[in-house]
Design a protein. Structure first.
Length: 204
C-alpha cells in the first residue's frame, strides 16, 4: 500500500471511530452507487466503519440523489455544527475555493476533522453541464487556506516521475506507472513538490 493510500485509510478510520456524524461533500468516497456517478470497489472496506456514524452526502444538484442538496459556497448548516467533513476532489471544481473553505471551517465544530484531496499536476477534468475545472493547489495554498487550524497534515500523492507518466499517454498502462513509482522511491523524487496532488487531514 502506498504512503498516501495508507494515510487515507488511517484517517478515514479515525474519523469513523472518533466522530458521530460525517458529511461527504460531493460523495467523494464513492461507496454508494445510488448516490453517486461512480462506484469505487476498492473502497468497500470503508462500509463497515460507516455503520458507526451518521453518514450523509451533500451535492449542489439532485442529479445523483444526495442526502442534502446544498452549495459548498453557502452550506445549509449552523456554525460549529458538524463533527467531520470529507471533501475529495471537489475544491478544483468550485468557483471560489476561499469561500468554500471558509464555509467548511464555519460549520465544523471545534476539534472537528476535515479530510481533503486536492490535485496539483493533474489533467483537466470538468464534467459538462455539471461542474467546471478551475483550480490546482500547492502546499503553500493548502497552508494558506487552513491557516489557524489546530493541525494540517499533508501527504503527497505520487512522486514526480509517476506524475509525469500519468499525464503522458503512457499513463494508460499500469506497468509504466509502477516502474515510475519505483524510480520515484530510488531517486528521492517522492520528496519532490512536483506531485499529482495531496491528501490532507485537518483538525479545527
Amino acid at each position: 500500500m502506498t504512503t498516501w493510500d495508507l494515510f487515507f485509510k488511517e484517517k478515514i478510520i479515525q474519523i469513523c471511530t472518533e466522530k458521530k456524524a460525517l458529511l461527504d461533500i460531493g460523495g467523494g468516497l464513492r461507496i454508494d452507487r445510488t448516490k453517486n456517478n461512480r462506484l469505487d470497489k476498492t473502497r468497500e472496506w470503508i462500509i463497515p466503519y460507516l455503520k458507526n456514524v451518521d453518514y450523509k452526502i451533500m451535492d449542489p444538484v439532485p442529479t445523483y440523489n444526495p442526502d442534502i442538496v446544498g452549495d459548498i459556497h453557502k452550506m445549509p448548516f449552523a456554525d460549529n455544527s458538524l463533527d467531520a467533513i470529507i471533501c475529495i476532489a471537489v475544491l478544483e471544481h468550485v468557483e471560489n475555493p476561499i469561500l468554500a473553505v471558509s464555509e467548511m471551517r464555519r460549520v465544523l465544530k471545534p476539534g472537528g476533522y476535515i479530510f481533503l484531496y486536492v490535485p496539483f499536476l493533474y489533467y483537466y477534468h470538468a464534467e459538462k453541464g455539471y461542474y467546471g475545472d478551475y483550480w490546482r493547489y500547492t502546499k503553500d495554498a493548502i497552508r494558506f487556506l487552513f491557516k489557524g487550524c489546530k493541525t494540517v497534515e499533508i501527504v503527497s500523492v505520487r512522486g514526480a516521475i509517476e506524475t509525469w507518466i500519468r499525464l503522458s499517454p503512457l499513463g494508460r498502462f499500469n506497468v509504466f506507472a509502477r516502474i515510475a513509482r519505483f524510480l520515484d522511491f530510488v531517486t528521492g523524487k517522492m520528496k519532490s513538490n512536483q506531485v499529482s496532488g495531496y491528501n490532507i487531514f485537518i483538525s479545527k
